[in-house]
Design a protein around this ligand. Structure first.
Ligand code: HEC
Ligand code: HEC
Length: 216
């Protein structure tokens, strides 16, 4: 065997090792499915709402894996608050009990769900909202699915907004605007939006084909 052939075998082996590690770090979907049962009481019931304030629990089916993982880690450390009252902060309790590897499994499971069109309550004006989304599209994609014109993923960090509940999107954007939900990029973005723009933009994304309620 010449050196070149030997090198290509070694290189191939090296790639396999790298890929296997990447898969482990990315989480195990089947394990995630088992762990998700604790989440279903809120996230698998279509139309389930959080009380005080009242808004729909976010849809998770098809959400970006990294966005889910970073949200869960932020709840766990307390960086992201779910509600202002301790008794109203259930996401922290839900993320608390799991290791980072468990959270990665759950994120992997959530992300494999197919995007679809589910009914959504729309109160704002979607076409007015779309006109305001040019500065969002570079990260969230034209329709909020984080895809470019060829259907390729734009980035792995921006959450999908398409198909999300309108009232949850409004709550998230108002949270960034007030600074109660912290993210340097999104705080700056939301600051520039009026309350009406927030409503219409949320209506636009909510009316697109996208995230689903995980039911199995
Ligand atoms: C008691 C109800 C409840 C349970 C149980 C629950 N969640 Fe949540 N979850 C919520 C609510 C309400 C929000 C929105 C909170 C906010 O506005 O930050 C949320 C937000 C999230 C988000 C952020 C979504 C986004 O778009 O940023 C993720 C991810 C999430 N939950 C995953 C989970 C996982 C995984 C579990 C199980 C380990 C779980 N949740 C259990 C009610 C619940
Ligand atoms: C430079 C990239 C970038 C731009 C531009 C941007 N976003 Fe974001 N957006 C993000 C990232 C990253 C997050 C996740 C932040 C976090 O962890 O809280 C996010 C989060 C959000 C969320 C919360 C989603 C959820 O599931 O909780 C909403 C809603 C949102 N963005 C709407 C918008 C709108 C509307 C615009 C335009 C006015 C916009 N974004 C512009 C990167 C961007």
């Amino acid at each position: 065997m010449n050196i070149k052939a030997l090198w290509s075998i070694l290189a191939a082996g090296f790639c396999v090792v790298l890929t296997t590690q990447a898969v482990q770090a990315a989480g195990n979907e089947q394990e995630g499915k088992k762990k998700f049962y604790t989440c279903g009481g809120c996230h698998s019931i279509e139309g389930y709402s959080n009380a005080y304030p009242n808004y729909h629990v976010p849809r998770l089916g098809g959400q970006q894996q990294n966005a889910v993982l970073s949200a869960l880690q932020a709840y766990k450390t307390g960086d992201r608050k779910h509600g202002s009252q301790p008794q109203n902060n259930s996401m922290q309790g839900n993320a608390d009990g799991w290791s980072d590897a468990d959270l990665a499994d759950i994120a992997a499971y959530v992300a494999i769900k197919k995007l679809s069109t589910e009914s959504n309550v729309i109160t704002g004006n979607p076409s007015k909202g779309k006109e305001k989304t040019s500065m969002c599209a570079g990260c969230h994609g034209d329709d909020g699915n984080v895809l470019d014109k060829d259907g390729k993923l734009l980035n792995q960090e921006s959450p999908r907004l398409a198909g999300q509940h309108e009232d949850y999107l409004i709550k998230a954007l108002k949270g960034y605007k007030k600074g109660v939900r912290k993210n340097p990029i999104m705080n700056g973005m939301a600051e520039m939006l009026s309350e009406d723009e927030i409503k219409d933009i949320s209506a636009f994304y909510a009316s697109q084909k996208g995230l689903t309620t995980i039911s199995d």
